[in-house]
Design a protein around this ligand. Structure first.
Ligand SMILES: C[S@@+](CC[C@H](N)C(=O)[O-])C[C@H]1O[C@@H](n2cnc3c(N)ncnc32)[C@H](O)[C@@H]1O
Length: 211
């Protein structure tokens, strides 16, 4: 049985719809301890599975260097490791989410950083960028797409999964087309997926290749 928006909990409600007014650091610090139980068990969250399985189609090197932006508690890395990927670095603004990810011992390295405050302190280039559930209102904005693409080397795959509502409202297509027109990326796919099996939660799976 699907549950409607009225029955979602306060943490998920605060990051839903048009009017998201959160500070991501404090919101996810407060949510961290209950995040996985709520998302996985109450709502059937599966964006990390959709995105990680999509990567398999485009990246065959299991030893490639992957950066997981907005890594949260590490669901994406857990799935990637189960698929055989070996080298995953994480980045997130919430120290409490990162602490849970760190406790799993699955990341090669973890950075506590806000994407908008990135400077040259991360002096590494990656072969793949994953960003699942971390673009959206009150989260990472579309103007950061270019910043993130700059993390990966030429020919690398970028996999983004995000809620469909901010994708439309913040006109992500416009930002993506701009990067295409500047010959920075080639779009491989933009597909629709519901990403919570127990509620209606439309999402977009976006796959680029860095030119
Ligand atoms: C919905 S969670 C997704 C976590 C994980 N990727 C997953 O699939 O479970 C969003 C994550 O993005 C992080 N985040 C939001 N805005 C951010 C920003 N501007 N810079 C860095 N991390 C951010 C939050 O702290 C949170 O851990």
């Amino acid at each position: 049985m699907n549950i409607n928006k009225k029955s979602i909990g306060t943490n998920l409600a605060a990051v839903s719809g048009k009017d998201v007014k959160i500070d991501p650091e404090s919101h996810y610090d407060n949510w961290a301890r209950k995040y996985e139980n709520e998302l996985l068990n109450e709502y059937g969250y599966c964006a990390h599975i959709i995105a990680s399985e999509a990567l398999l189609k485009y990246e065959t090197r299991k030893d490639c260097e992957i950066i997981d932006i907005g890594c949260g508690t590490g669901l994406v890395a857990e799935k990637l490791i189960s698929l055989g990927f070996l080298n995953i670095t994480g980045l997130d603004v919430s120290s409490k989410m990162i602490a849970i990810a760190e406790g799993k011992g699955i990341y090669k390295k973890l950075y506590k950083k806000r994407v908008e405050d990135l400077d040259n302190s991360i002096n590494e280039t990656f072969d793949v960028l994953m960003c699942v559930g971390s673009f959206g209102m009150g989260h990472i904005g579309p103007e950061s797409l270019k910043t993130l693409v700059d993390f990966v080397s030429q020919g690398s795959i970028v996999v983004i999964f995000m809620n469909a509502e901010p994708f439309a409202l913040q006109d992500y297509n416009k930002f993506i087309e701009k990067l295409v027109s500047l010959n920075i990326i080639e779009v491989i796919a933009i597909d629709d997926h519901n990403y919570m099996s127990k509620i209606d939660r439309p999402g977009k799976l976006i796959i680029f290749r860095r030119r």
